[in-house]
Design a protein around this ligand. Structure first.
Ligand code: PLP
Length: 388
C-alpha cells in the first residue's frame, strides 16, 4: 500500500496517452505519435564519442564530488556567458541536476514550508504540480490566455494570492503553447517578485529552440533577476540528450545552495563520464544546435502551412517543439484527440492534461520527419471533422 502522500499525487497523464497509442499499434495501425515530448533524433556523435572515451577513465568510476565536478559548473557558466552574456560564478551560482525535472520537482521542498503558496501557469508542464504536492504546499494558478499571448496577467491575480505566494513557476519558450517571453514581461516579473517577495523559477527547457531567427531570452538577462530567482536549463532538448538526465540550475546563490543541500542528502552527483560528455556538449562546436533549430523550423512550417491550407486558423509557435491548436467545435480536447487517434491514427496530447485552461486545445509535437507530418496533415484532411 502507498503512503497518503503518494496517493495524493496527480495522475501521470502521459502514461495513459502512451497506453492508448500502444493499444492502437497493437491493432496493427501505423500511429504517427505527436503526443509526447521525446526528441526523435539521436545525440550528436561527438558527444557520444566523448562519453565512450570518458567511460574508460577509472577516475570516472568513483564517486564524484556530491555537487558535481567543477569543470561542468564552469562549462555551464561559460555557456551562459557565450549564449546570453550572463555572468555566473561557477561555484556558487550553478547547481548540477539529474535533468531539469529533478530541480523543478525538488524546488518546493528546498524553499517552502507546508501551507505556503506556489503560482503555476495553467496550461503548464504537469510536473510542477507533482513538486508542489510532494512538498505539501498550495497551488494558485496563473491562467495563460491566447489573448494575452500566453503570458500571465499579473494584474488579474488577486492581491491576497500575490501576498501569500512564495514561489512562481514560469516557462518560455512555453510547453504546451509554444509562446515566447518578451524582455518587458520578464522585467515586470522581476518587479512583481521583488514587491511581493516571490522566488521565480524560470524553466528554460526549450531555451535553444526559437523560430524565425529569434533566440529565446534567458530570464537571467533581465536586470535584477538573480536577486529573486533561478533558471533551470537542460541538455535534453538542445542536444537530444533526454535519456542522459543532465541539466543545471543557475542564478540566485541562496536558492542554488538550497538545491545542492537537498541533493547532498538524496544522491551523489551524476555519473562522471556523463558530466564530461555534458561539458563537451556545452563547450564544443554548436553546429549541431543550429541544425536542430533548422530541423524544427522546417517541421513547424510543414505542420502549420499544412493545417492552414486546410482552412484551420492556427497560430505558429514562436519556440519549443510544440504547436498548440484550438479544437474545432463541438469537440472537447479529449474527444478531439481521441478522434484523431482512432480515425486518423495521429496521436496528440489533449490540452486539458496541462490544466483547466488547456481545455479546448490539443498539443502537437514536432517530433517526427517532415514527411510524417505531411502524412499526418493528409490524414486529418481525410477526416470529416464535423460528421465523424
Ligand atoms: N520542463 C518542460 C517544460 C519540459 O517540457 C520538460 C520535458 O519534457 C522538462 C522541463 C524536463 O526535462 P528534463 O528533465 O529532461 O531536463
Amino acid at each position: 500500500s502507498k503512503s497518503n502522500l503518494l496517493n495524493s499525487l496527480p495522475k501521470q497523464f502521459f502514461a495513459s496517452l502512451a497506453a492508448r497509442v500502444e493499444a492502437e499499434k497493437a491493432k496493427g495501425h501505423d500511429v504517427i505519435n505527436l503526443g509526447q515530448g521525446n526528441p526523435d533524433q539521436p545525440t550528436p556523435p561527438h558527444i557520444v564519442a566523448k562519453l565512450q572515451e570518458a567511460v574508460k577513465n577509472p577516475m570516472n568510476h568513483k564517486y564524484s564530488p556530491f555537487s558535481g565536478y567543477p569543470y561542468l559548473k564552469e562549462a555551464a557558466a561559460a555557456y551562459y556567458q557565450r549564449e546570453y552574456g550572463v555572468e555566473l560564478d561557477a561555484e556558487s551560482e550553478v547547481a548540477i541536476l539529474f535533468g531539469g525535472k529533478a530541480g523543478l520537482v525538488q524546488l518546493p521542498q528546498c524553499l517552502l514550508n507546508p501551507g505556503d503558496t506556489v503560482l503555476v501557469p495553467d496550461p503548464g508542464y504537469p510536473d510542477y504540480l507533482s513538486g508542489i504536492m510532494l512538498a505539501q504546499v498550495k497551488t494558485a494558478i496563473m491562467p495563460l490566455l491566447e489573448e494575452k499571448q500566453y503570458l500571465p496577467d499579473y494584474q488579474a491575480l488577486p492581491l491576497e494570492t500575490l501576498n501569500l505566494a512564495k514561489l512562481m513557476y514560469l516557462n518560455y519558450p512555453n510547453n504546451p503553447t509554444g509562446a515566447a517571453a518578451t524582455s518587458n514581461f520578464f522585467e515586470r516579473t522581476v518587479k512583481l517578485a521583488k514587491k511581493h517577495t516571490i522566488c521565480v523559477v524560470h524553466d528554460f527547457a526549450y531555451g535553444a529552440i526559437g523560430f524565425d531567427g529569434n533566440k529565446p531570452l534567458s530570464f537571467l538577462q533581465t536586470p535584477g533577476a538573480k536577486e529573486i530567482g533561478i533558471e533551470i536549463y537542460t541538455l535534453s532538448k538542445t542536444y537530444n540528450m533526454a535519456g542522459w538526465r543532465v541539466g543545471f540550475a543557475v542564478g540566485n546563490k541562496s536558492v542554488i545552495e538550497a538545491i545542492n543541500l537537498l541533493q547532498d542528502h538524496l544522491y551523489v552527483s551524476l555519473f562522471p563520464a556523463i558530466q564530461e560528455a555534458a561539458a563537451a556538449a556545452l563547450l564544443d562546436s554548436q553546429t549541431c544546435v543550429e541544425e536542430l533549430i533548422g530541423r524544427y523550423q522546417d517541421r513547424r512550417d510543414v505542420l502549420i502551412d499544412g493545417l492552414q491550407s486546410l482552412g484551420w486558423n492556427v497560430t505558429a509557435p514562436e519556440g519549443s517543439f510544440f504547436a498548440w491548436l484550438k479544437v474545432p467545435k463541438p469537440y472537447t480536447s479529449e474527444q478531439f484527440s481521441d478522434l484523431l487517434l482512432r480515425k486518423a491514427h495521429v496521436a496528440v496530447a489533449a490540452g486539458n492534461g496541462f490544466g483547466e485552461f488547456g481545455e479546448g486545445y490539443v498539443r502537437v509535437g514536432l517530433l517526427c520527419s517532415e514527411d510524417r507530418l505531411r502524412e499526418a496533415v493528409k490524414r486529418i484532411e481525410a477526416l470529416d471533422l464535423f460528421t465523424d
